[in-house]
Design a protein around this ligand. Structure first.
Ligand code: NAD
Length: 251
């Protein structure tokens, strides 16, 4: 029988990649504010340490998500320190604004290694620990609206974010029996360091905002709130789903 639940993550351990800044840092703050013990993983050592230090009970771990060895180490360290991982947020990602015809092999492979391989390695390494622990657990993969539709001048990015959508759906079917839910979040345009350069000109910003149904750019907290919902028991009957948070652009 389903029960009404709240979004508290008391006694839960959450690992958040790309947690040093942007929406990853905001997610780390919100999950911790709701009771989770948070591990911030990133390649930005100074930012990552500063973010972790600003959150009660949080720790920072250096992790390049494209490294299998790195994942094994961080998961082993987290299990040693906290004994469990209940929530994984695969948030680390990089963008590339370039025409497909101009995209080099090295650039394409770089996006695959961080956005796609990084998510695959995280899901696989952490889920093995989650399966051993016996659930209930939640994996939240940060894709993009570019993981649901093709975006001009974002072919490599779009390809890797579609891959994240597919990994999410397949894993949900494999791991539901172990009590592991897997969902993806698809942000629209969110104001973070990744998009900093795009809105320096106030006219550009105004034009973009005018065209958004909710008339404002997204904020990291808009994404963090969705991740909290998916991480918590409030979403206990949701798995394999793609949740769009884009101010209404893709109804
Ligand atoms: N900002 C947007 O408009 C937007 C829209 C859709 C999707 N997204 C996605 O949201 C996620 C977070 O993006 P953001 O906007 O906060 O960007 P951001 O650049 O502020 O943060 C990304 C974080 O990922 C980390 N990172 C990059 N490569 C890494 C690696 N190899 N290993 C570990 N960490 C690594 C960065 O150091 C950074 O801290 C990304 O996956 C991004 O693709 C962002």
């Amino acid at each position: 029988m389903a029960r009404l639940t709240d979004a508290r993550l008391t006694d839960k351990v959450a690992l958040i990649t790309g947690g040093a800044r942007g929406m990853g840092a905001e997610t780390a703050r919100l999950l911790a504010a709701n009771g989770a013990t948070v591990v911030v993983a990133d390649i930005l050592v100074d930012d990552g340490k500063a973010t972790a230090q600003s959150i009660v009970g949080a720790t920072y771990r250096t992790l390049d998500v494209s490294s299998q060895q790195g994942w094994s180490q961080v998961v082993a360290d987290t299990l040693d320190k906290h004994g469990r991982i209940d929530v994984l947020v695969n948030n680390a990602g990089i963008d590339l604004i370039k025409r497909l015809s101009d995209t080099t092999l090295e650039e394409f492979e770089r996006l695959i290694s961080v956005n796609q391989l990084g998510t695959f390695l995280g899901m696989q390494t952490v889920a093995n620990a989650m399966i051993e622990a016996g659930g209930p657990c939640s994996i939240v993969n940060i894709s993009s609206v570019a993981g649901l539709e093709g975006v001009k001048n974002h072919a490599a990015y779009s390809a890797t974010k579609f891959a994240v959508t597919g990994l999410t759906k397949a894993a949900a079917k494999e791991w539901g029996r172990y009590g592991i839910r897997v969902n993806s979040v698809h942000p629209g345009i969110i104001e973070t360091p990744m998009t900093d350069g795009l809105f320096v000109d106030p006219n550009v910003r105004q034009r973009v905002e005018r065209n958004l149904p909710l008339k404002r750019l997204g904020q990291p907290a808009d994404i963090a709130n969705m991740v909290l919902f998916l991480a918590s028991d409030q979403s206990s009957y949701c798995t394999g789903q793609a949740f769009t948070v884009d101010g209404g652009v893709h109804p």
